[in-house]
Write a protein that binds this ligand. Structure first.
Ligand code: ZN
Length: 212
């Protein structure tokens, strides 16, 4: 998810290892763009022995920072697994309650939506460059996930985080925010979406389209 953050800090690439500091080379991964079949798959849960999981999470953080996003789901880097990283710290000038909020969500599932209250907010997506649309979503959701240590969490979440989670966890079910806008708005952006599938767009980060 993209929000035009005011500023962002990069993940440190230096990690202590065997009493020596070694530089970890993190990879910037290409973002899969609208039209890529992996974005329409229902992603699978993973276990702690998923190959090179720590490296993958590190690369996702680096990719998120490079693309100036606030959330990235694994299908967006071509992997149909239930893994999401969310950085709301980049918004903490405007939303101070999220100061320091950088979290990994593994095997994330939305269990229940509280439909009592909804709100409307403009969303963008790293997989749908240059398109921003208003999306109505419930303000409170019941979610389950495992953290980086595979500790299980089962919580009701509200506020802006609930919106970002819904956007990101939708990716794990093969859905994107443009599926949640009115048919009229969708009709109006149809040619822009087609252009994305054909690689006719510009953006400031590495991408992977269906065909060039
Ligand atoms: Zn997105």
């Amino acid at each position: 998810m993209r929000f035009r953050p005011p500023s962002f800090s990069k993940i440190s690439c230096v990690q202590k290892n065997n009493d020596q500091f070694s530089i970890l080379i993190r990879m910037i991964l290409p973002i899969y763009i609208f039209g890529q079949p992996v974005l329409r798959k229902v992603a699978e849960d993973i276990t702690p022995d998923y190959p090179q999981l720590k490296d993958l999470i590190g690369d996702m953080w680096e990719t998120l920072a490079e693309s100036e996003g606030i959330g990235l789901a694994a299908p967006q880097i071509g992997k149909p697994i239930r893994l999401v990283v969310i950085d709301l710290d980049v918004l903490s000038d405007d939303l101070p309650e999220y100061k320091g909020f950088k979290q990994v969500f593994i095997n994330a599932h939305i269990v229940e939506y509280d439909e009592t209250n909804t709100d409307v907010s403009e969303e963008g997506c790293l997989s749908i460059p240059a398109i921003h649309e208003k999306v109505t979503r419930p303000t409170r959701i019941h979610v389950e996930w495992d953290d980086e240590n595979f500790e299980h969490h089962d919580e009701w979440i509200e506020g802006y985080l609930a919106r970002v989670m819904q956007h990101e966890f939708d990716h794990l079910d093969g859905k994107m925010f443009v599926d949640r806008i009115s048919p009229l708005r969708k009709q109006l952006i149809k040619s822009k979406l087609r252009a994305l599938t054909q690689g006719r767009f510009r953006c400031g980060y590495k991408t992977k389209v269906v065909r060039k």
